[in-house]
Design a binder for this molecule. Structure first.
Ligand code: IMP
Ligand code: MG
Length: 181
């Protein structure tokens, strides 16, 4: 099925994202100052660019792991039913863990992942999301750090996709359909 035609309007530039990541990494280092090795868990696939930039700004030993949860499929609406498609490889009991998410939308994904990882008894678990759409929230979850609060717009770029397109844009842009439908 051909996709509806759309253009992408820049919402957050690459430069603005980089500056914010510098600030966030300082806050993370402070929070985990007494940690010997931090376990950074990226939620696939949308967080892969963010996690790559974030860990390179964090000046302490880190382990990188990934977890894949699904709630969106190829559409623009959350299914609200979260499934774990790929679990992390490492053990986190007694460890200090940072979960890295691209966007918190309804909040079902992050809530489910926090619940799952907390059940494995980490010493400390914190969460960071690049983007937050607070007006869309249907759960009580909130990330400990947020890059940017954004309005209820569908966004792409910097790792984030629309039906597996546009992940490779260096900035965050919003999708605007041009077919008037
Ligand atoms: P939640 O479970 O509704 O919070 O959904 C979170 C996930 O939905 C994010 O990790 C994204 O993968 C996806 N998502 C939410 N909003 C957008 C968007 O604007 N563009 C692309 N993906 C999105
Ligand atoms: Mg995601």
């Amino acid at each position: 099925m051909p996709h509806r035609p759309y253009v992408i309007d820049v919402m957050i530039s690459a430069k603005t994202i980089a500056a914010r990541i510098e600030e966030l990494s300082r806050a993370i280092q402070e929070e985990f100052a007494d940690t010997d090795k931090l376990v950074v868990v990226g939620l696939l696939r949308g967080s892969f660019v963010f996690i790559a930039d974030l860990v390179r700004e964090i000046d302490m030993p880190v382990e990188v792991d990934f977890l894949e949860a699904s709630s969106y499929g190829d559409g623009m609406e959350s299914s609200r039913e979260v499934r774990i498609l790929k679990d992390i490889r490492g053990q986190i009991e007694g460890r200090d863990v940072l979960v890295v998410e691209d966007i918190v939308d309804t909040g079902y994904t992050l809530e489910h992942v926090i619940h799952l990882l907390e059940s494995r008894k980490p010493r400390k678990l914190r969460t960071i999301a690049l983007l937050d759409k607070p007006t869309r929230r249907e759960t009580g979850v909130r990330a400990d750090w947020i890059g940017f609060e954004i309005p209820d717009e569908f966004v792409v770029g910097y790792g984030i996709d629309f039906a597996q397109r546009n992940r490779n844009l260096p900035y965050i842009g919003k999708v605007r359909f041009t077919d008037g439908a």
